[in-house]
Design a protein around this ligand. Structure first.
Ligand code: SF4
Length: 279
């Protein structure tokens, strides 16, 4: 799913009296939080229910070796947008998004870096009758702004990258402590939670890693499903574009047998496991 770079002012595009966002506050001079966005896609189908408007927020504190959004790391990149203007763009698509529980997904980069702006965005999405989903690595303390954001989340898609802390650091550059604590916080709030796990041969496929992940998933209430995502190198060109070395050039995607083996190992943990068709 390709993103598009948003451009041009669109505040008040549907500024009629029946406009849910036009309560006298959506004009060009209205107060609104500013967020930094890399791009959006208006027809997402894998980041939550229904059809979704996916916003890719700029900036990420992790340094995942397999990152396919290498161009979203820097917090100063992307483009600044007022949340009200972004919501006005979303409103144009709302009739197509509402059926089947569709809505808005905040991803990135790491959306938790911009929690206040996304809270405002999700609140406006709810006024439009849309669902909200947060697609995150969970690398954040559950601070008051993050708590406010979770209050506006209908679904959290959380990446668990590695259960072993030392190997997590090796893979992402940071500890997994905040992510695991974040997962527990989401579960305590009983927000529907989907866990995502990238199957990266040699880095996340050890049976001990899978067992630890299964046990952790089973210990959380509200986990709707586990999504197994086979590693791919499609983002490699973005590393090369910024002159960075792609460290996994000699790692192949997992085989179908490996994906099935991991799914079978997770079966006893009683959490539904989803994965794409792999050959
Ligand atoms: S959390 Fe996502 S955007 Fe950030 S480095 Fe990892 S893969 Fe890339």
């Amino acid at each position: 799913m390709g993103g598009r770079t948003i451009g041009g002012g669109i505040a008040g595009v549907a500024g009629a009296a029946r406009d849910p966002l036009a309560a006298g506050d959506a004009g060009p001079g209205a107060a609104s939080t500013t967020v930094r966005i890399h791009s959006v896609t208006t027809f997402g189908t894998v980041d939550g229910p229904g059809i979704r408007y996916v916003v890719f927020f700029q900036g990420c504190p992790l340094r995942c070796r397999y990152c396919h959004n290498r161009d979203m790391w820097g917090r100063r990149g992307g483009r600044e947008w007022r949340v009200l203007d972004l919501a006005a763009d979303i409103e144009r698509y709302a009739p197509y998004l509402r059926p089947a529980g569709g809505g808005v997904t905040a991803g990135g980069g790491e959306p938790l870096l911009q929690a206040a702006g996304i809270t405002e965005l999700f609140s406006l999405a709810h006024r439009l009758g849309l669902t909200t989903a947060l697609d995150t690595s969970g690398h954040s303390t559950v601070s008051p702004p993050v708590e406010s954001l979770l209050d506006e989340c209908d679904l959290v898609l959380l990446d668990i990258k590695q259960m072993d802390d030392a190997r997590h650091r090796e893979l992402t550059g940071v500890s997994n402590r905040l992510t695991l604590e974040f997962a527990r916080g989401v579960a305590r709030r009983r927000i529907p939670l989907r866990l995502r796990y990238v199957v990266l041969p040699g880095y996340t496929t050890d049976p001990a890693d899978i067992a630890a992940f299964g046990e952790f998933a089973a210990s959380l209430s509200g986990v709707e499903q586990i999504e197994l995502l086979p590693y791919h190198a499609m983002g490699r060109y973005k590393w090369e574009a910024v002159g960075a070395r792609y460290a996994l050039h000699d790692v192949d995607p997992p085989t179908a047998e490996e994906m099935h083996r991991i799914r079978e190992q997770l079966a006893p943990f009683s959490v539904p496991v989803r994965m794409p068709e792999v050959r």
